[in-house]
Design a protein around this ligand. Structure first.
Ligand code: ZN
Length: 128
């Protein structure tokens, strides 16, 4: 049974062509970026790409870029203890059971990614 795809806009935080974060809205991408280890001073952290925003098209810096991609809807499960825990999901392609950190009050749908089969797949998870 093949998962059925649809098109959706995914927002990437990009620095000099390198993708740091992905999200369902530009606001969520900015929030994720601010918390990401990719956003920082490369002189202080070897994983950081930079901490400036690009003001123009050819300036080097972070920018949010939308790309319309194939996405797949999945049903996810929450496992919380004391307000924190995990969101559990299964990739419809490789059937692996995966989990991401989550907290009480997290908003759904949530965006997930699996890189199985040599191609990144974007999955949109909703609670049952
Ligand atoms: Zn997979």
């Amino acid at each position: 049974m093949a998962a059925k795809s649809r098109k959706a806009g995914i927002f990437f935080g990009e620095y000099d062509g390198k993708r740091g974060v992905f999200a369902l809205t530009p606001e969520a991408a900015i929030e994720a970026l601010k918390k990401s280890f990719r956003f920082g001073d490369p002189a202080e952290c070897e994983y950081a790409l930079g901490n400036t925003w690009a003001q123009t098209e050819d300036e080097v810096g972070w920018r949010i870029r939308e790309e319309v991609l194939d996405v797949y809807d999945i049903v996810v499960e929450l496992s919380l203890t004391g307000g924190r825990g995990h969101v559990l999901w299964t990739c419809p392609f490789c059937k692996r059971s995966l989990s991401d950190d989550c907290y009480e009050g997290a908003s759904f749908p949530m965006l997930f990614r699996c890189g199985c089969g040599g191609k990144e797949k974007y999955l949109i998870g909703n609670l049952a």
